[in-house]
Design a protein around this ligand. Sequence first.
Ligand SMILES: [Fe+2]
Ligand SMILES: [Fe+2]
Length: 140
Amino acid sequence: MLLDKSLIPKVAVEKMNQIHDVEIDILNKLYESIEKYEKNESSLEEIEHLFEEFLKDVQEHFSFEQGLMEEYNFFAYPMHKGEHDRVLMELDQLKRKFEKSKDPSLLKSYLSQIFVPWIVNHVQTMDTVTAHFLSHFVRD
Ligand SMILES: [Fe+2]
Ligand SMILES: [Fe+2]
């Protein structure tokens, strides 16, 4: 397992917690598939498929939060969206490099060294503050 869900703090909007949980599941599945690939126990196709699933999930995760922030005029919306956009750009670059090289170790190092510390910190900080603000309006 790459990331234990218990390391992701719970925020004040339950739907956001559910989205984070699902994302960590997909992330762990993708990472496992890469580790299996290294032992010749999974295929490149499987990794490509799970990576696509992961990318789609991250986009939906960010869009969901941005939709609520816009709807309720969250004061730090540009800052929070800026962080999301920065990560989406990184992921897009990673996808291009991976498509060219077909080298799953690129994904492995990005996910473990960059994405995991980022998501833990992002939920602890921006998502926590945002969810606290939104919880005054959103019922879930
Ligand atoms: Fe989030
Ligand atoms: Fe966020």
